[in-house]
Ligand binder design. Structure first.
Ligand code: UD1
Length: 485
């Protein structure tokens, strides 16, 4: 069985459909099937949304309800954790986005068996890494996704060796992986770099003391997975405290690991000799939720963002209250109501629990419509203001000075042809387009498909005017038939 996503549903990010056509009593019927991805499927997987665009007409407030998907950034390390055990891992609430498909293909290319749920269970993925014949993450599969580095630690821990291409990913400045490498060396791995690949080996990792020079989210996750199967105890200091790190620790502990302190800056891991299978539900995506929160505030809507974890959104919600937005929360939802002008407020991105860098671009769209001047400082990544150029084209007043952007509001935005440059920049342009006068055509939406599950369908369900279109044919002169005046 080959899974090539020819039958992509409109608006999907290219997911293989979990259904097949069968002939029964002379009629073609669609029936659900269990899909198992295989090695050759991974090699043949071709993204089909390269030419997709969004057409967005601004002016509608977002109203009603929107449901948040599982967190891509928690799902990616959880899937990599499957490498640590011979037993199956059953993961629920996996979002249907391009990065997850890339990771599935990556695991399959190594020899993993990946089974996709269908029907109501289509957000379930079962991964079995019983035989991993090929502990390699090839460039072709990982060039679009930096998070592929997450397989490095688990591969060395379980297989004793790994060959992983240096990552690509979002075009948001230099994104080294030196801290992953340094940490693995601390655990006794030998590392070589050749032909754009990292080669790591260790007969058996041993516990060690790792102090991160800089806080790194995937670095913390990668080494936590490696240390879970090392001999002896590992202490990691200056760790990332993001909810996704905690979610991974919860999963690893269900698998039999002995991890304490996840969510604080010191994590202690007592290595065990083997890990087993587990079932785990991925936490809701706080960045997707936050994107809808900002969109609702900006469009002057009244929107309930459901199935989310408001605790994980504290920094954003506090900032929005400073901007004059009314926000109420329940255990698993946020309601945003905004009928009046927004006030400007300065912002600095920080590691969790600070304001997330992954929400900075969306906040900038909001700041263009706030009364006064907002100074936005990006502290995590260099070169993460590419959305500013496109927002300028829509009528915003933004001046970028190094790691600071000075946004003067409130200037009217008008629809224009704009381009996505990275995942979160794309989200900021969608949000801006929802309040711009007229129509915006957003190109290269494959960036947004990396991390947002059918964003256009969700927004349309909440009164947004947004549509996905495929390749637009070039305009041609009309052929007038001979004899027709
Ligand atoms: C993760 C998130 C990403 C988010 C980022 C920061 C995933 C899959 N991705 O990315 O969405 O924007 O956290 O919250 O979870 N650094 C080094 N050396 C390293 C590793 C990182 O210098 O070895 C630097 C980076 O260049 C960056 C900073 O540390 O300046 C933070 O990066 P990091 O937390 O590692 O980001 P990711 O884990 O890649």
């Amino acid at each position: 069985m080959k899974i090539i996503p020819k039958n992509r549903q409109a608006g999907s990010a290219g997911a293989p459909m979990a259904a097949k056509l069968v002939k029964s009593a002379g009629e073609l019927k669609k029936v659900p099937v269990r899909l198992k991805l295989r090695f050759e499927d991974a090699a043949e997987y071709v993204p089909e949304n390269l030419m997709d665009k969004f057409v967005i007409r601004g002016g509608n407030p977002l109203l009603g309800n929107i449901r948040v998907s599982g967190a891509k950034n928690a799902a990616l390390p959880a899937m990599a954790a499957a490498i640590l055990t011979e037993e199956p891992l059953i993961l629920e609430n996996i979002p249907d986005v391009r990065d997850i498909q890339t990771e599935r293909n990556l695991l399959v290319s190594m020899g993993a068996e990946v089974e996709l749920g269908y029907g109501r269970a289509h957000h379930r993925t079962t991964i079995s890494c019983r035989d991993l014949a090929n502990p390699e993450a090839a460039y072709e599969l990982v060039k679009t996704m930096r998070a592929s580095t997450l397989v490095l630690g688990p591969l060395v821990a379980r297989m004793g060796r790994a060959r992983v291409s240096l990552p690509g990913g979002c075009a948001i400045g230099a994104r080294p992986i030196d801290l992953h490498i340094k940490g693995l060396e601390q655990l006794g791995a030998t590392i070589r770099q050749e032909h754009g690949y990292i080669e790591a080996s260790a007969e058996r990792l041993r516990g060690g003391h790792i102090v991160f020079d800089k806080i790194t989210v995937t670095g913390t996750e990668d080494l936590m997975m490696a240390a879970a199967l090392a001999d002896g105890e590992t202490v990691m200091e200056n760790c990332a405290r993001e909810p996704e790190v905690v979610d991974l620790a919860v999963l690893l502990n269900k698998m039999g690991a002995k991890i304490e302190g996840a969510g604080t800056s010191t994590i202690r891991i007592k290595g065990v000799s083997r890990l087993g299978g587990a079932r785990h539900r991925i936490i809701p995506d706080r960045i997707e939720a936050g994107t809808f929160v900002i969109a609702a505030a900006l469009t002057g809507g009244d929107l309930s963002i459901n199935n989310c974890e408001p605790r994980h959104l504290s920094a954003l919600l506090e900032k929005l209250q400073e901007c004059g937005v009314t926000v109420t929360t329940t255990r698993d939802s946020v309601r945003v109501k905004n009928g009046h002008r927004l006030k400007a407020a300065d912002l600095s991105t920080e590691e969790y629990p600070g304001f997330p860098t992954d929400m900075q671009a969306q906040y900038m769209a909001l700041a263009t419509q706030a009364e006064g001047t907002s100074i936005i400082t990006e502290n995590i990544f260099e070169n993460r203001f590419m959305h500013a150029q496109e927002l300028l084209r829509m009528g915003a007043n933004i001046k970028v000075e190094g790691s600071r952007a000075i946004v003067r509001g409130h200037t009217p935005l008008s629809g224009a042809a704009v381009q996505c440059s990275d995942l979160r920049a794309s989200a900021s342009l969608v949000i801006a387009a929802l309040v711009a006068e007229g129509e915006t055509i957003l190109d290269r939406v494959y960036h947004i498909d990396r991390g947002y599950e059918r964003i256009e369908e969700k927004l349309r369900g909440a009164n947004g005017q947004i549509r996905r279109i495929g390749e637009i044919l070039p305009r041609r002169a009309a052929q007038v038939p001979v004899g027709v005046a």
